[in-house]
Design a protein around this ligand. Structure first.
Ligand code: HEM
Length: 388
């Protein structure tokens, strides 16, 4: 355990709304040990920005962590050259060029198809009826698991997320997580026999072409599913709802003064879909007079860094006009989100503009409630459709 000052956190309050606690940590205890999380939290932008790049100390390798045990050792749990080799292997799937030339049109077709089924509804709950399906259909394409149903994609993603945060070893959660990883393995095994497998630059085909082991390929596909489903789901529904709560900003986009990308990037800063990324201390180290010991757990609090008043003016305000260059919603080091181009295209070029072109006359039925701190998103976003 590090020598950082100790600060207790009520986890239920933290999950309901982490921002007041994070404000307090940034002001008074920017590096603090939280007993309820058994981890030392870094909450200032500058500290995270510097330390995340120091992989000799702040290691991603966590052999005893739940993610490694349940999903296998994926690239998010590797450092240095081994990590970079896997990033290189998946580049043909996630590169800006592939996203533009290969995935984008398919995202458009799928999203239009989903929206066409919703057109006549007078009331919509867009997390369950729109963004979950858009996100899952995109993941089916990207992973190469084309035969998986979109609802199964969402189920296995959530099951793994729950499994990886099952610190109290709840047997029901553990069994469900096992079932989810087994479902993914079965879908991968079936796709390996598909003669059309290499017709698309999916994660499965790119990694096979790079000569990676099946074990490593499966672990990275599970990572993409656990990390690539709920973030776009929450960001799509959250950005739509937040723009409807701030209609003057929506008008700026409709009139062409601002862009959908500015809205998405501001949402990702303001309500960071991934609020935290963990690291393990690799060897004894002192930073800002705090002593860290081998195997101490560190949480880089991205959600807090993105509300750091030293970096952003009026950080609690949603303002699509601000400069979001310093935002670290996608990370700040070598593990910078591999799906960032996919996300920007799917969300800002496809889901948001298509949604508002199909539904130009929608209104929020009630204020949005958000939940979670490690992963944060809207519980539900209920809209009234006043289209004739
Ligand atoms: C709103 C959308 C998304 C957000 C906000 C987001 C955010 C993040 C964050 C914060 C990290 C960890 C960065 C770090 O620790 O430095 C990450 C890693 C990662 N993300 Fe995303 N993500 C999004 C969508 C996606 C999608 C759609 C995919 C699927 C292809 C994806 C795949 C990954 C992978 C593979 C990693 C690990 C990268 C590595 O270890 O090098 N993400 N993401």
């Amino acid at each position: 355990m590090s020598s950082a000052p100790i600060q207790d956190i009520d986890l239920a309050t933290f999950s309901f709304d982490p921002y007041p606690v994070l404000d307090l940590l940034r002001s008074n205890f920017p590096i603090t040990y939280v007993p309820q999380l058994k981890a030392t939290l870094f909450s200032k932008h500058r500290d995270i920005f510097i330390c995340e790049k120091n992989i000799e100390i702040f290691s991603s390798v966590q052999p005893n962590g739940l993610m490694t045990k349940l999903m296998g050792q994926n690239m998010m749990r590797k450092d240095g050259a081994t990590h970079m080799a896997e990033r290189k292997a998946i580049f043909p799937t996630v590169s800006p060029k592939t996203v533009k030339n290969f995935w984008r049109d398919q995202f458009v077709d799928k999203t239009n198809e989903i929206l066409s089924h919703l057109r006549h509804k007078k009331e919509l709950e867009i997390v369950s009826e729109f963004s979950t399906q858009v996100s899952a259909e995109a993941l089916k394409l990207i992973t190469g698991l084309s035969e998986m149903k979109w609802m199964e994609m969402d189920r296995v993603s959530q099951g793994m997320i729950d499994g990886c945060s099952n610190y109290i070893s709840d047997p029901v959660i553990a069994k469900d997580c096992d079932d989810c990883t087994r479902s993914i393995d079965l879908h991968i095994d079936a796709q390996l026999k598909n003669p059309k497998l290499h017709n698309a630059p999916s994660l499965l085909s790119s990694q096979l072409e790079a000569g990676m082991s099946i074990q490593a390929i499966k672990a990275n596909i599970k990572l993409a599913i656990s990390g690539g489903q709920n973030e776009p789901r929450d960001a799509i529904a959250g950005t739509i709802g937040t723009l409807l709560e701030n209609r003057s900003q929506l008008e700026m986009i409709i009139s062409g003064t601002k862009t959908w990308l500015q809205a998405f990037e501001e949402y990702a800063r303001w309500m960071s879909p991934i609020g935290m990324s963990p690291r393990r201390i690799a060897k004894k180290f002192i930073y800002k007079n705090v002593e860290f010991y081998e195997n101490d757990m560190i949480f880089f609090m991205f959600g807090s860094a993105n509300r750091d008043e030293a970096i952003f003016e009026n950080p609690d305000y949603f303002d699509i006009s601000r400069d979001n260059g310093p935002s670290i919603a996608f990370g700040a080091g070598p593990h910078f989100c591999a799906g960032s181009w996919i996300s920007k295209t799917l969300i800002a070029e496809v889901a948001l503009p298509l949604f508002f072109s199909h539904f130009p006359n929608v209104y929020l039925k009630k204020p949005i409630e958000f939940q979670g701190w490690a992963f944060r998103g809207p519980k539900e976003v209920i809209l009234e459709n006043r289209n004739k």
